[in-house]
Write a protein that binds this ligand. Structure first.
Ligand code: ARG
Length: 457
């Protein structure tokens, strides 16, 4: 019979199935680095407070370095019998250094230990994500800059509405991603609080110094209630909520890439390395990466729902249910890290086809609003202008031409206010340049926005 760390009061061993069912070591071992960091900070505090000896602390430091080296080298023997990452590491440490290893857990429980590990792990992850957001935003800004003046039909209801520039369109996504970054930064504030010291649930009888441990581990503050400290996982839920919104944004962008790449639209092409062919149709080039990203948003939303449901019925304080927080959290983080990385990589390879965008603009009477605005500026009430332009559009439609192709006399038949200065507003370039304010699509505004955004990184 294997002796579990907690086995003293048990009269029979757990079955292999129960062992496998309750163990987390095969997924929580990825928090090993955080677990060791947390343990070292805890041990240092114990020695400083005279709760363990300096010799014990020195042994723990030495032993932990050996454990870390074994994990690094892949020679560490992760064992299902030792349930989770915490017990595996503690057991190996004790095998290496004896009694000092057994003193490490003084004034601590796995309950505050695991909460600390997750928070350290998530903080590292949020920091990684932030650099990936910056990479992706930078890549989008580069493409936006190249196409600050490239006209694209702007759509509402997926019908051609008004001209925008492709750069302006991309900057809409940059704004979304900036808010995503803010959300993660805000989430990080609540992640970055220290649970250690809460012990199992009620605190501990040893004269601990939680502030010292917090400082050692780079936490901003300590959790203020021991029951809450060991049982709260709302920081993880917040993370998944922020991740879900990011995936919503990436999914919307993906949908546009897919649409734009469709030969029926043909606005862009993606570099071959982000697409795949078909095993049966030789002509195909499929936008697999955006499609998968659109699809992967589903699993991230699912994890958010999973974690909300995991928490909702739990009484205080720690319950084993909480062990189920890790796989959804890890998968959410992995999915987001990979997705941001691949999009940062893919964005520079977006090949824009300005001719296709221009042709689509021509088909959609995209400057009709400009003609109405022109008439309003000449004194016509907007509703009358709207009506006059609607008639002009109908005529152009019958003739199979664009508004700008109608003659001056034809245009004047819809309103005598039309003068020969009308053609400047009917061109796409005129339409774009006229929207010259912060947030507008005029190319000079797009360039200014890009400069501001670059400076803000
Ligand atoms: N592996 C556990 C988890 O992930 C660690 C805490 C276990 N605590 C306990 N009393 N069983 O939540």
């Amino acid at each position: 019979m294997t002796t579990h760390t907690w086995s003293g009061r048990f009269s029979e061993p757990v079955s292999d199935l129960v062992k496998r069912y309750t163990a987390s070591v095969f997924f929580d071992q990825r928090m090993a680095a955080q677990d060791m960091r947390g343990s070292l900070a805890h041990a240092k505090m114990l020695a400083r407070q005279g709760i363990i000896s300096q010799d014990d602390f020195a042994a723990i430091e030495r032993g932990m370095a050996q454990v870390a080296a074994e994990i690094e080298a892949g020679t560490f023997n992760w064992n299902l019998d030792d349930e989770d990452v915490h017990l595996n590491i503690e057991k190996r440490l004790t095998a290496l250094i004896g009694d000092a290893g057994k003193r490490l857990h003084t004034g601590r429980s796995r309950n505050d230990q695991v909460a600390t590990d997750i928070r350290l792990w998530l903080r590292d992850t949020i920091d990684t994500l932030d650099t990936l957001f910056i990479d992706f935003i930078r890549a989008l800004l580069d493409v936006a800059e190249t196409h600050a003046a490239t006209p694209l039909p702007g759509f509402t209801h997926l019908q051609v509405a008004q001209p925008v520039t492709f750069g302006h369109h991309l900057l809409a996504y940059v704004e979304m991603l900036r808010r995503d970054r803010e959300r993660f930064a805000d989430c990080r504030k609540r992640v970055n609080r220290l649970p250690l010291g809460a012990a199992a649930l009620a605190g501990t009888t040893y004269p601990i110094d939680r502030e010292f441990v917090a400082q050692e581990l780079g936490f901003d503050s300590v959790c203020q209630n021991s029951l809450d400290a060991v049982s709260d996982r709302d920081f993880a839920i917040e993370f998944c909520a922020a991740a879900s919104l990011t995936m919503v944004h990436i999914s919307r962008f993906s949908e546009e890439l897919i649409l734009w790449m469709s030969p029926r639209v043909g606005f862009i092409d993606l570099a071959d390395r982000f697409c795949t062919g078909s095993s049966i149709m030789p002509q195909k080039k499929n936008p697999d990466v955006p499609e998968l990203a659109r699809g992967k948003s589903g699993r991230v939303f699912g994890h958010l729902m999973g974690l909300l449901t995991l928490m909702k019925g739990q009484p205080l304080a720690y319950n084993k249910d909480n062990q189920e927080d890790k796989e959804p959290l890890f998968d959410t983080a992995d999915t987001l890290v990979d997705t941001l990385r691949i999009f940062a990589d893919m964005a520079p390879g977006i090949r824009v086809k300005p001719e296709a965008m221009a042709a689509a603009l021509k088909q959609g009477y995209a400057t009709a609003t400009d003609l109405a605005d022109y008439l309003v500026k000449k004194g016509l009430p907007f509703r009358d202008a709207h009506e006059a332009v609607a008639r002009a559009v109908r005529t152009a439609e019958t003739k199979g031409c664009d508004l700008v192709d109608l003659s001056l006399a034809e245009l004047q038949s819809f309103s005598p206010l039309v003068g020969d200065d009308v053609f400047a507003v009917l061109t796409v370039e005129g339409s774009l340049a006229a929207r010259d304010h912060v947030g507008g699509t005029a190319p000079n505004q797009v360039k200014a926005a890009i400069a501001r955004l670059r400076a803000s990184l």
